[in-house]
Design a protein around this ligand. Sequence first.
Ligand SMILES: [Ca+2]
Length: 454
Amino acid sequence: VVGLRALATVSLVAASGLLFTACSDSTQAQPLEPPIVLLSTDVAIGLVDTHGAQGSCPVPFDSSWPYARDTDVSPQDFDDGLTLAMALNLEAQGDVVVDAVVPIFGNATVPAEMLVARQIVRNLKGREDIPIEPGAMGPASQTLQPAPVWFDGSVVPIEGPEGSFAAACRNRGVDLMRERLLASSRPVTILAIGPMTDVACLLNVFPDVAGRIAEIVVLASRVEGESLTINGKIVDDFNPREDPLAATLFLAAKTPTPVPIRLMTFQLTGQTSQADDLIFFDASTLRGPTPSTPASERSLAWVLAALEPRNAFWSSIFGTEEGPFDQYTLAATLWPHLFACDDALAYVLQCPFPAWSSAYPTDAAGDPTEIPFNAPANPCVDHGPGSSSLAQVPAQIVVTFDLADTGPLVRGTTGIDGNLPALDAKARPVTACTGFASQSARQEFQNLLYANTW
Ligand SMILES: [Ca+2]
């Protein structure tokens, strides 16, 4: 969830899943139907792998401008896997309905992630009925390097229903999302906990599904001006970083009815990975259900074993075990009273310049004089001369609570080859969550994670 390299009242009835609402014409409480969730997820728990397709993102900075191969093999993130296992455990007690799972490149490669999804859904939880189909194998951002041109010199457009992204982004996972949305008797919440390539495709190619979506809850974004650090080390906002173009097209999507988008900002989701407020997952915190069953013991044992390499890897960098990230989206869907969220506007800030741009500064020999996306006076927080670890991060999703800031969606340097297109779109109204509702809500979040993750 973060790149390593660049890396109300909590009620007991809510906690037990017995949510009630009062009928207007009756004193008798009626149980609410549980939310239906669909996961767009780079589920990689237990994998030692690359980031899937990061190497085709626009990154290199030698004058020949070739693609850089992704050779960064490491124990990949477990937070999607914990989210998926937790959702299935909560479904078994009637708190949520898991409608479908669509793995997407990101933490790891899609083929390997498909096996992780099956391991959790089919083997550990015995759910043969939940459809699992592969989503995007790589980012849309590769279409930026450089933008194709027609014979007459005009640029092949990326954006819009007639653009190249919408023409080629469909896959079995996106089609499955559409089918499940249309077939559902109630609106569905999409947990977008990987790169935004598939949700961008869904909204751009099938805008008519908008009315079937209760909300899209996204693990992404930073509050304007916020530096992203974990235990003092700068990290990046991994999901948009993996496909900044798709993240932009997602926010820019025009639908017949507005799709509610909830952004779980790093200000909230980074909190419980800090050493002084850590929520962590190992045999001392995850105990499984009481009483246990042979199936629950088997599932817990696998999860604990699969966590270990990643925790060791994370600890070697940050000095602590890794906290929860993607689980915030599930918690926000099931227990929204735990979080402090407000109306906000989201925009995308371009960090100049890509290495192949004609505007990229070079010396007389044609060699670059700065690191890509780290130019002096760079508008992106944490970027600038010297922050070479962010040289592969072309843009940021930024949240502002100044609702008068209705400027363009894409900000910074646009209109040069290789940067995000300057779309005909304004900053996107969203709900942004930035903290816990209270200290007791933070404790309740921890209790719910520890009780239901196994
Ligand atoms: Ca994820």
